[in-house]
Ligand binder design. Structure first.
Ligand code: 13P
Length: 287
């Protein structure tokens, strides 16, 4: 069964740890993340960007795959299926398809429009028991071809959006999707503390989890971050492991060409990355 992210994030906020959102791309990704969460007895959020949703043949296919896996693999830890950086239309489509959690990213709109569109989703999500993530202050880097510059959110705007009744709030604090540049100045804990002061109990979301030093992750959690998104790091782990398999000529030996063998090192590498993150975030044993 899929669950809303609300309860797991409120628990994480109170317990001073964070739940990982790991983005999925295909069957191997999904299976690796679900099995790792179960092995570690950790709650988990599966993130689906609109591009990945399209790649996986649409949201209903994703819902079917994830629900099927939860059933067939005997997954009992809380799992939320979450739209990542959704448009307004994408959010509506995922609600209809059976997602249990939605992010509406209105950060590129003027704040009034972000508020109006987020408001329109608050009641629907509330009635259906779906968690809703809103965003203030664009997160830098490139995701699905959308390029944004790292930005720090305005704490008053964060409060205005948090007060709409969303479940969790993503706010830019100098974080970036993908690889951090050499000259990155790190997370702005000053901004994070100012936002936390304004929004009170609202669980905060840290995007761009790839490449943030462990100490900064821990500090962010201590300041109110309860959800951390990781995508690129699993992609790198998968790519390196599959590259190694091919470079070692293993695909040319025996039945090494079998996709179940060819992709197995990538699958194991995702599992190892997810495990490392769950241990760092403190969600192990918290299901
Ligand atoms: P990374 O790809 O940098 O890990 O960011 C993931 C993310 O924030 C998804 O919303």
């Amino acid at each position: 069964m899929l669950v809303s992210a609300k309860e797991m994030l409120n628990k994480a906020r109170d317990g001073k740890y964070a739940v990982g959102q790991f983005n999925i791309n295909n069957l191997e990704w999904t299976k690796a993340i679900l099995l790792t969460a179960q092995e570690l007895n950790s709650p988990v959020i599966l993130g689906v960007s609109e591009g990945a949703g399209k790649y996986m043949c649409g949201y209903t296919t994703v819902v079917g795959m994830v629900k099927g896996m939860i059933n067939e693999l005997g997954i009992t830890v809380p799992v939320a299926l979450h739209l990542d950086h959704g448009t307004f239309e994408g959010a509506k489509a995922c609600i209809n398809a059976g997602f249990s959690s939605i992010m509406f990213d209105g950060s590129h709109y003027p704040i009034e429009e972000n508020i109006a569109k987020t408001t329109a989703l608050v009641n629907t999500c509330d009635v259906l028991g779906i968690s809703l993530e809103a965003e203030v202050g664009a997160i830098g880097g490139e995701e699905d071809g959308v390029i944004g510059k790292g930005e720090c959110a305005n704490p008053d705007e964060c409060k205005a959006v948090a007060d709409l009744g969303v479940t969790m709030l993503a706010a830019g604090i100098g974080n970036i999707h993908g690889k951090y540049p050499e000259n990155w100045e790190g997370l702005s804990f000053e901004t994070l503390a100012a936002i936390k002061e304004k929004v009170g109990d609202m669980p905060l979301v840290l995007h761009g989890g790839t490449g943030i030093p462990d100490e900064m992750i821990k500090k962010a959690i201590s300041l109110g971050v309860a959800k951390i998104n990781v995508n690129t790091e699993c992609q790198w782990a998968f790519q390196k492991a599959v590259r190694k398999y091919i470079e070692e000529g293993k695909d040319l030996q025996g039945k090494g060409f079998d996709p179940r063998k060819l992709l197995a090192p990538g699958f194991e590498a995702i599992k190892a990355t997810v495990k490392e993150k769950m241990e760092l975030f403190g969600s192990v044993g918290k299901a």
